[in-house]
Design a protein around this ligand. Structure first.
Ligand SMILES: *Cc1c(COP(=O)(O)O)cnc(C)c1O
Length: 485
């Protein structure tokens, strides 16, 4: 055990840093070129949780004089973590990080600039501003757009809905509290965080009006008028529509143009939950899938899902930046008159839930600085293409069924053993296949429920996944469908 002073030794840090960077570079090599590296060495949490806890407890030097090396600790953590850089990682929507940006994370952690106020993070604040403004431009907004970086799509969506409430509700709820039944309209495929946000704001179950989806899991926009009329007749004050771009389960994009037309006609706020798919704007080949996004009042986008950035890195952009700036102000200012301090942009904590925050923007900016936004195009385009390839391969197999043609890098399908058509049986088989795949660790995929049935769900996270990995996955699925344990 070292005393405080020697623990801060620059030479100690230098040697630790070199060791750990070497270790991670070796791990990256393994992920990229060792075909037998497992994605995950997960074991049944029921059986191994205590064992793993004990393992880590042994590294705590509080009550022990055992010298255990830093490298051993980092090895132990790696060994029990899922490897996103492995091309057979096809699970939840989170990006393998571009190595250079993990160095930016380290710098952010080293500096620990709180960034709530300008003087506590000059570089971090300026960079965040740049990142937000350049994203706003990418969305097709003009110079009056502005926004913030925040901690996750969930918080980004809640923050957006607060702004929507301030802009559209008939009373000043920030001051008076909620006295009327407010609601947002959203497709039944929306991420559950919209429902969560509504409940956090105190609008209860009636605060979400679910719009049914079609066979491609997109909002049935033609039902919006009728739903709005019914709600209004019941005395519900609808303030916003949330479009999913894309939805989480199947990666389907709502028709943003239709939603925008509806919102304009009815003076409603139009929010795009683009946590996953707003990043499609970077792809020259696929950007048309988010046509209409430029008409949104606000857009949430995660950099950590498609854009190679460590979590959490979320942008919330407002078409009219003043809504973001006034969101948490004590006094609502509906007229946006001159009394607004437009020069307060540099104290970022005024605009977010967070007070202290890490230098999120720097993680994104390290990518832009080294590679330009071209690399975002390359990544999004590559993983969307790969999803099409996987869907093609699945459709060609008699014993597989594709849920819907993928529009992003999310592909849902299920295994249908020859001769089997009973729904419960198929659900059980697919759930069992997924559990066995995860236990085995060669592939990592997840599952979802669509119309009450179990489907296997993959997100092609890695641009370096190849056709051979997909055929390996389909083979593994067939193999596991036969084993019962
Ligand atoms: C992932 C996702 C979210 C939640 O974002 P977090 O960054 O995980 O909080 C919200 N909406 C959609 C559509 C998503 O895909």
């Amino acid at each position: 055990m070292n005393d405080l002073k020697s623990s801060f030794s620059a030479e100690l840090f230098r040697s630790q840093g070199h060791q750990i960077v070497d270790l991670l570079a070796d791990k990256l090599t393994q992920s990229q070129s060792n075909p037998s590296q497992l994605v995950n060495e997960l074991t049944d949490p029921e059986k191994s949780y205590d064992e793993i806890c004990e393992l880590f407890a042994r590294f705590d030097s509080t009550d022990s004089n055992d010298e255990r090396s830093l490298k051993e600790l980092f090895e132990a953590v790696y060994h029990r973590s899922i490897r996103l850089h492995n091309p057979r990682y096809l699970g939840h929507q989170i990006s393998p990080v571009l190595p250079v940006t993990s160095l930016a994370s380290m710098m952010s952690d080293f500096l620990n600039n709180g960034m709530g106020v300008f003087e506590m993070g000059v570089a971090g604040t300026a960079i965040e501003r740049f990142v937000v403004k350049s994203l706003a431009k990418k969305f097709g907004f003009n110079r009056s757009a502005d926004g913030v970086l925040t901690s996750g799509g969930t918080l980004g969506n809640l923050t957006a809905l607060l702004a929507a409430r301030r802009a559209k509700a008939s009373r000043d709820i920030w001051k008076e509290g909620t006295q009327q039944q407010l609601a947002v309209m959203v497709s039944d495929q929306a991420h559950y965080c919209i429902d969560k946000a509504v409940r956090v704001m105190g609008w209860g179950e009636a605060g979400v009006i679910l719009i049914p989806s079609n066979e491609h899991y997109q909002m049935r926009c033609e039902t919006l008028e009728e739903k709005l009329r019914t709600a209004t007749e019941k005395g519900v004050e609808v303030i916003a529509v949330v479009g999913s771009a894309c939805s989480t389960a199947t990666g389907s994009f709502d028709d943003l143009v239709a939603i925008s037309n509806f919102c304009e006609r009815n003076n409603l706020w139009f929010h795009v939950d683009g946590a996953h798919g707003a990043a499609t704007v970077y792809s020259k080949k696929y950007c048309k899938r988010v046509t209409g996004i430029e008409r949104a009042d606000s857009i949430t986008m995660d950099f950590h899902k498609l854009l190679l950035t460590p979590a959490l890195a979320t942008a919330l952009v407002f078409k009219d930046g003043r809504y973001g700036a006034q969101n948490f102000a004590q006094k609502a200012n509906y007229l946006w008159n001159e009394t607004i301090q437009t020069d307060e942009w540099h104290d970022l904590a005024r605009r977010t839930f967070e007070c202290t925050k890490s230098m999120v923007g720097f993680k994104v900016f390290s990518i832009l600085a080294m590679h330009g936004e071209e690399i975002f195009d390359q990544n999004v385009t590559a993983v969307y293409r790969l999803a099409e390839l996987l869907a093609d391969m699945v459709s060609k197999q008699d014993d597989f069924e594709l849920a819907t043609q993928p529009k992003s890098n999310i592909v849902c399908f299920r295994y249908i053993p020859p001769g089997e058509s009973e729904a419960d049986e198929l659900n059980q088989i697919n759930a069992r296949i997924r559990a066995q795949l995860v236990n085995h660790g060669e592939f990592y995929i997840v599952q979802t429920k669509l119309d009450g049935n179990v489907w296997l769900r993959t997100t092609v996270a890695n641009a370096f996944t190849e056709e051979k990995h997909f055929s390996g996955l389909l083979e593994a699925i067939r193999r596991f469908s036969k084993s019962t344990s």
